[in-house]
Design a binder for this molecule. Structure first.
Ligand code: FAD
Length: 280
């Protein structure tokens, strides 16, 4: 077994990352299953003991979700309807044991195309906070996840939080996942949306993201543009047409063919928006 470090302060963790190559471990629910049957040779930086990295803080213009905040912490937090989509995604990440151990930052850093947290956070316009001994960098999530298992993180940087901006007006989020069965399943398609409503009940801002249909979950900018200005109701899903999904590039795999994924994504996005529209 390699080195196992479990610092209690961020400063010690960042100094350790600066000094040598270390594999970061949070909840370990992606890290350990990827190494089943193999000796653990990595030099590990376990970040779970670091004070102040866990929990959600509401600040003047945003919410800051610390790196060791688990899916269960998100479910147990009193958060505005903006976060309803993220909470629904949290409920869909494995079972209760996985939700108790797994972190939201671990989910985005693992960068699986099927990571349920990524579309939910893209729909929240989230950014990633990276810290190193040299300072802090804030990177939009869309620029942070580069591809399948690829993220924009330098070896000496630690992801310390995800940051969600506060919307200008009334807003709510939603999330929907399609798998081969109802629970405990890897997504075939998942979609998330946030809608901000103006005073007259029109859509001021819409963000819609689809996961598991491209190497990285993608926002649907053409759909978002067509939704803007539409009166919000339980039938806004009718705005969606196949051309809006043109940015997706699904693959065939054991869970579904590329063709099926595109058809399913169309249905999921329409239903997601209808349900969200009826809630607002
Ligand atoms: C049975 C089972 C079911 C699952 N079901 C789902 C599911 O339905 N949907 C889903 O999306 N996922 C699922 N997962 C995957 C996993 O639980 C989640 O991705 C979880 O959020 C990972 O968080 P973690 O803290 O355990 O990450 P870890 O395993 O600790 O880390 C994951 C990766 O991120 C890196 N990392 C972690 N934290 C940081 C940080 N702060 N800074 C830099 N790098 C970091 C690690 O180096 C590692 O590469 C499942 C896993 C299991 C075992």
């Amino acid at each position: 077994m390699g080195l196992y470090l479990r610092p209690t302060t961020l400063e010690v963790a960042l100094d350790a990352l600066h000094a040598r190559a270390l594999t970061i471990v949070a909840g370990g629910t992606d890290f350990y299953p990827a190494r089943v049957g193999q000796p653990l040779t990595d030099d590990v930086l376990d970040i779970q003991g670091i004070a102040g990295l866990r929990g959600i803080q509401e600040r003047a213009i945003d919410f800051r979700i610390g790196a060791t905040t688990t899916w269960t912490d998100i479910l147990d937090s009193a958060l505005p309807p903006l976060f309803d989509g993220l909470k629904l995604a949290a409920r869909e990440v494995g079972g209760a044991q996985i939700q108790n151990a797994g972190t939201i930052c671990g989910n985005i850093c693992n960068a699986s195309p099927a990571a349920d947290g990524v579309p939910a956070l893209l729909a929240l316009d989230a950014s990633v906070e990276l810290c190193s001994a040299a300072g802090v960098e804030i990177v939009p999530l869309a620029e942070f996840v580069l591809g399948n298992r690829r993220i924009r993180r330098l070896p000496h940087q630690l992801v310390t939080a995800v940051i969600v901006p506060k919307p200008a007006g009334r807003a709510a989020g939603h999330f929907m996942k399609l798998g081969a069965r109802r629970y405990l399943v890897i997504s075939i398609v998942m979609a998330a949306a946030t809608i901000e409503v103006d005073r007259s009940g029109g859509i001021a801002e819409a963000r819609v993201a689809v996961g598991a249909c491209s190497p990285v979950a993608r926002r649907l900018p053409a759909l978002e543009a067509d939704l803007r200005g539409t009166k919000v109701d339980g039938r806004i899903g009718r705005v969606v047409d196949a051309a809006h999904l043109g940015v997706l590039a699904p693959i065939d795999d054991v869970r579904g063919s590329a063709e099926y994924r595109v058809d399913a994504a169309l249905v999921v996005v329409r239903r997601l928006l209808d349900e969200l529209g009826s809630l607002l």
